[in-house]
Design a protein around this ligand. Structure first.
Ligand code: 4NP
Length: 159
């Protein structure tokens, strides 16, 4: 049975949060915690509902050993706050949107993903959608580092 649940949120749910979803899920599985920690992702915007991750995102993840093919974009909803202990935003705009949606009695954690990163030079995971290939590599690297920090944080709190 899942004891802890984590939802990653970005704008479109086709670049940054699916990367976080796939990478963090991979680390959770490798740590033997797949039955203990539930992982999901969603977006604040509705343009890509039902779509697979962006080709560029999927490509970078694939070369690093993570398969995102089964992921499909969905919208974050107020019901998610009843389901998830951690609702993790990629940038400050996502964070602001989530704080606006959050029920008054939500007792989970809403935070920026890179707050869990030990040595990040960035405070936000930058939106790569309209940029070049380098943006996708940067997203991956920031996500990988923060995923390690988040998993350590959750484990340190006790499972
Ligand atoms: P994401 O990137 O929030 O990391 O999934 C984006 C994807 C699509 C759009 C914006 C950002 N868009 O405007 O369609």
């Amino acid at each position: 049975m899942h004891k802890v649940s984590v939802l990653f949120v970005c704008l479109g749910n086709i670049c940054r949060s699916p990367t976080a979803h796939g990478v963090f899920q991979g680390m959770v599985n490798s740590a033997g915690l797949g039955d203990i920690i539930r992982v999901d992702s969603a977006g604040t915007g509705d343009w890509h509902i039902g779509h697979s991750p962006d080709q560029r995102t999927a490509q970078v993840a694939q070369t690093k050993g993570y398969d995102l093919t089964d992921l499909r974009a969905r919208l974050v909803t107020t019901d998610d706050f009843a389901e998830f202990d951690y609702v993790i935003a990629m940038d400050k705009a996502n964070l602001s949107d989530l704080k606006d949606m959050q029920p008054a009695d939500y007792r989970g954690h809403i935070s920026l993903f890179l707050d869990f990163s030990e040595q990040s030079s960035h405070s936000e995971v930058p939106d790569p959608y309209y940029g070049g290939e380098n943006g996708f590599e940067l997203v991956f690297n920031l996500v990988e580092e923060a995923s390690q920090g988040l998993l350590q944080y959750i484990q340190a709190k006790g499972l």
